[in-house]
Design a protein around this ligand. Structure first.
Ligand code: COA
Length: 178
């Protein structure tokens, strides 16, 4: 398996992975919208290949903190998708790890995700709400741990606080019901 940064030329492969992994159009449409959304820039789109076949995709899009808009560099992981035949073989984990490595090198401070609290902590994420970093839409208390953050640079956690403002294409309450 190898991972490559996706370009505009890979759009159909990216959308196909999203459709196949989730079994519907919703995430494919979200990804299409995010890739066209200037407020999502800079974004990082990574594709996993097994031979010639595309088997996984992850998208990171730009976000900001409401109270300190320019002081910290923030990105949001959504969505992560692996086609069914290749799930549970480490593809999702490798996509997360490669993305984190590239974002760290490019100076991003914080990565957020709304996802399964049994999955993302193994890649360094921890619950964000209790650190004073709120989601763009309220997350019900029973799912609070699904809103997670990972600091990529030292000294950011504890100093950066407030609500995360996501890209316009993600500003729909239905995307925030974990
Ligand atoms: C969730 C998903 C991205 C994980 O990718 P993957 O390549 O299958 O996962 P990995 O091989 O890296 O990790 C496997 C582990 O994750 C767990 N896992 C898989 N899907 C999970 C999910 N939806 N929630 C929680 N844990 C999950 C597996 O049980 C396995 O755990 P184990 O190591 O303790 O056995 C992939 O299964 C997928 O695309 N699912 C459909 C789309 C989806 O639900 N995406 C959610 C993220 S937005």
């Amino acid at each position: 398996m190898h991972i490559e940064e996706a370009s505009d030329l890979h759009l159909e492969e990216v959308l196909c992975v999203e459709r196949t992994a989730f079994g519907n159009e919703e995430e494919a449409e979200l990804v299409r919208d995010l890739l066209r959304d200037p407020t999502a820039l800079p974004c990082l789109s990574l594709l996993a290949f097994e031979g010639e076949r595309t088997v996984g995709h992850v998208l990171f899009t730009s976000a900001r903190l409401e109270q300190t808009p320019d002081a910290v560099s923030i990105t949001l992981l959504a969505p992560l998708a692996v086609v069914p035949e290749f799930q549970n073989q480490g593809v999702g984990g490798k996509l997360i790890e490669r993305g984190i490595q590239m974002l760290t090198e490019s100076g991003v401070d914080l990565v957020f995700v709304l996802g399964h609290p049994g999955y993302y902590p193994r890649y360094g994420f921890e619950p964000a709400g209790r650190l004073g970093l709120a989601a763009p839409y309220p997350i019900p208390d029973e799912h609070a741990d699904a809103w997670m953050v990972q600091a990529l640079q030292p000294g950011v956690i504890g100093t950066a606080r407030g609500m995360v403002i996501c890209a316009d294409a993600l500003k729909k309450p239905e995307y925030w019901r974990e």
